[in-house]
Design a protein around this ligand. Structure first.
Ligand SMILES: [Mg+2]
Length: 230
């Protein structure tokens, strides 16, 4: 375990929300409905939303939603409500290997540092970490809300930079690894100049593979215990 710092994505990496694309899409549709958007866009156009970078604002505008801040506030509310319902119905859970591996890293004799870098709203993250009893493993959390606005969401490296700073990271001394299930985790990590590890939780995600990605992961794993060998 050559890394001193481990940064984890939350959704789809630690927390199993099923098909993550379908989950996010369902929240998007509910949000647009609640905001009384004049027309709900077709699925293909909705899918563009998640890979549009900052151009997502143009899409929102096209759909009749002019205020991005209002949109995200509503999105987070819908997301929170949905997660609480799914939790109460026991339909969401951590992936089976999460607690054991977090414990192994946390208790490592060399004193590893562990954090979360997520695009999910802070109060939603707090709820999930508390309900699944894993909050103690993380010394730092970067989530959306307060001063962290959508511009600092991954694929922006801002969240990673902010955590590295609080860990007094020195690239000449330390090695840091970002572990995530999506392309935006990999882009954010490489932009921040740290190591990137893609975890393939869902084999059907990125069916076409990753070779065309501009930023390549340094490692590809299928289970978290593989981290112990890196
Ligand atoms: Mg994810």
């Amino acid at each position: 375990m050559k890394f001193e710092i481990y940064l984890f994505d939350l959704d789809g990496t630690l927390l199993n929300l099923g098909n993550i694309g379908a989950y996010a899409d369902q929240i998007l549709v509910k949000t647009l409905n609640e905001l009384k958007a004049p027309k709900i866009p077709e699925r293909d156009e909705r899918y563009k939303f998640w890979s549009a970078g900052n151009n997502y604002l143009e899409l929102l505008h096209k759909w009749g939603v002019s205020k991005a801040q209002k949109f995200w506030r509503q999105y987070d509310k819908v997301d929170f409500k949905q997660r609480k319902a799914l939790y109460n119905q026991k339909k969401i859970a951590l992936f089976g290997d999460v607690k054991t591996i977090l414990e192994r890293i946390y208790n490592h004799k060399d004193g590893k540092k562990i954090a979360i870098v997520t695009n999910t709203a802070n109060y939603v993250v707090d709820y999930i970490l508390k309900k699944f009893d894993i909050a103690t493993f993380f010394q730092e959390i970067f989530s959306m809300g307060f001063k962290n606005d959508q511009k600092s969401a991954k694929p922006s490296p801002s969240g990673i930079f902010s955590i590295l700073e609080s860990f007094h990271y020195d690239p000449n001394v330390h090695k840091a690894l970002m572990i995530g299930d999506s392309i935006s985790d990999i882009i954010a990590a490489k932009r921040a100049n740290i190591f990137a590890c893609l975890i393939k939780r869902d084999k059907m995600r990125y069916e076409k593979g990753f070779n065309s990605w501009k930023f390549q992961p340094d490692y590809i794993i299928e289970r978290l215990d593989e981290l112990l060998k890196l």
